[in-house]
Ligand binder design. Sequence first.
Ligand code: ZN
Length: 163
Amino acid sequence: MSRSVVSFHYSLRNHQGQLLDSSIGGEPIQYLEGVGQIIDGLEEALTGLPPGTKQVIMVAAEKAYGKRDDQLVRRVSRSKLPVEKLNIGDMFQTDGDRHASIVTVAGIEGDEVLLDGNHPLAGQDLIFDVEVLNVRPAREDEIGHGHVHAPGGHHHHEGEGCC
Ligand code: ZN
């Protein structure tokens, strides 16, 4: 089956209409279909849309960053965190056993800190305003590597780890 490389601009809002993120004014997002580079629900909705399409796409939490998992909230001793000042909403990179993950300070209770390992957008239904800019067939080397290559087709990955 042939796959496409799609580029698009987007603005992301949550259910309350709050703007969370946007590519407008910057580089458009470019992805190779079928590798999970963007969230499932968004890729599904974008598939087959021709260039020039402007559309509002609603993605339920389950197909975005998943439901919240209360098991991912941990209570740790304040002294384990290597910073002097700590505020609710601060994010830390933890490199646990296998995957480095991001945790958010969800609460501070005396000498203990609540760390939330959920993605900040977990549990949220997301609303994307998208504009499809370009759709082209993916090249063999891109499908082989599982990511988009810069024009010219040489090994240029713009900081993306590869090979
Ligand atoms: Zn590559």
